[in-house]
Design a protein around this ligand. Sequence first.
Ligand code: UD1
Ligand code: CA
Length: 452
Amino acid sequence: MAAGKGTRLKSQLPKVLHEAGGKPLLEHVIRAAVRVVPNPKNVYAIIGHEAERVRAAMAHTGVNFVLQAEQRGTGHALMVAREALAGYDYVIVLSGDAPMITPETIQSLLKFHIKERAAMTLLSAELENPFGYGRVLRKPGSADVEAIVEEKAASAEQKKIREINSGFYVFSLKELYSHIDKLSTDNAHAEYYLTDMARVLRKAGRRVVAYKTANPGEVLGGNTRAELADIDQKMRLAKCSQLMADGVTIFYPATCVIDADVEIAADSVIEPYVQLLGKTKIGTGCRVRSYCVIRDSEIGDGVMIRPGCVMEDTRVSAGAVLGPYSHLRPGSEIGEGAHVGNFVETKKIRLGKGSKANHLTYLGDAEIGAGVNIGAGTITCNYDGVHKHKTVIDDGAFIGSDSTLVAPVRVGKGAYVGAASCITDDVPDDSLAIGRGRQIVKEGWAREKRKK
Ligand code: UD1
Ligand code: CA
C-alpha cells in the first residue's frame, strides 16, 4: 500500500518517496517483498497520491502498479486491487511507509498464517511507546484477535495496550474478498479501514490471528519527520554495525551517514562526520578523514582522503592522496598515487599515475598524463561561453604556477610552461613556453618617489 499522501509530513513529496537510509521508504519495502515472492511480477504497488511520480521512481524495481485514484483508506486500497489479485490464494499486505521490515519476518508471518489456517493474520509488535498505532484486542490468552482499534477510537484503557498492529498482514484471498464489502466508513477519518477486517471476519466466524514479531524495530512507520529521522538513524547505525563487523573501522559511527548500497573493504578507516552516499565503493587500507561527502564514487586501495573533500561520480586509483578540501566533480579519474590538493576542482579529467595538482587549481575537460606537475593556481580555460574544449598535457610536463591553458591546447611530453603564462598555442615536446609580459626593473625609482 503506497497510495497515501502522508499528511503528517506536510510535504510536496508523497510519503513513500521520502528517504531513510538513502532510499525511498517504498523501495525498501519492495526490496523485502521481492525477496519473499522472487518474481517482481507478483508484487503490486498500490499507488494513488502523485501516482505518476511514485510509478516513475519505482519503475526500475519491475513490480506492477495498481491505481487507487481516490484514496479512501487502507481497506479501499485492497478493494481496488481485487481484480489484479484474482487468481492468487494468499495476499501479503505490506505498508509502503514501514521500511525496516525484513523478508525473514514476512516469511514467518506467511508460514504462521498457513499453519493456523487463518482468514487473516496480522503482524503485531510490542512497542514501548505505542502512540499512533492501532492496538490489537486479543481474545485473552490466545493467538486469536477480536479486533484492531485505531488510536483515535481507542478508550483510555485500550490506549494502554502495547501490542500494536504493524500494518503488515496475510489474508486468504477468498476470505478477504468475500467479506471486504462489509467494511464501512463509520470512523474518525470516514475511510475504509483494512484493520476493520479483523472484526468483520470474526463476526463471520472466521479465524483472525496475530503473529507477534520478536523484532519490534522492524515495524516502525515513517508518518512524521520525527519518525523518519528515527528510522533513518536506526538504518545508518545498522549499516555502520555491518561494516564494522566486516572489518571497517568507523570512529564515532553515530555521526556518519552511509547509504545502504555503499561498500567498504576491511581495514579502511572512516573518521567522524563523513557521508558516503549512493553506490560508493571504497577499497582496503583507505582513510576517509572528517567532513568528506562522497557520492557514487569508486576509491581504490590505500587512498588517503584528507578532511573536507567533496566528490561525485569519481574514480580514484590506489595510493592517491586527496584534499584537504578538494572538489572532484563528475567524470574525474585520478590515477595511481596521484595527488590532488587543497582547493583544487576537477571535472571530466584524467590525471595520470603519480601526477600532482596540489594547490588552488581548476582542471576541467583535460587529459593529463603520468608524472605531470601542475603548479599552484593553474587553470584550464575550457569554456568559450558556448562550447567546452579539451586540454591535453602529456607525460612528464611541468606547468608553472598561475598558468592559464586556453583550450583547445596541448602541452607536449616533458615540456615546461613558465609560471604565470597564458598558453594559447600548443607547446611541442621537451620545449619551454613562456607567455607573459617581460619584467621591467627601474632602479632607484622607489627611493625617488619617497623623497618627493
Ligand atoms: C495503519 C493502520 C494501523 C497501524 C499502522 C502501522 C489502518 C486504518 N491503520 O495506520 O492500525 O498501526 O498502519 O503502521 O490501516 N494507503 C493507501 N491508500 C489509502 C490510505 C493509505 O495505499 O487510501 C497506504 C499509505 O500510503 C501507507 C499505508 O497505506 O503506506 C498505511 O497508511 P497510513 O495512513 O500510514 O496508516 P496509519 O495511520 O499509519
Ligand atoms: Ca503509517
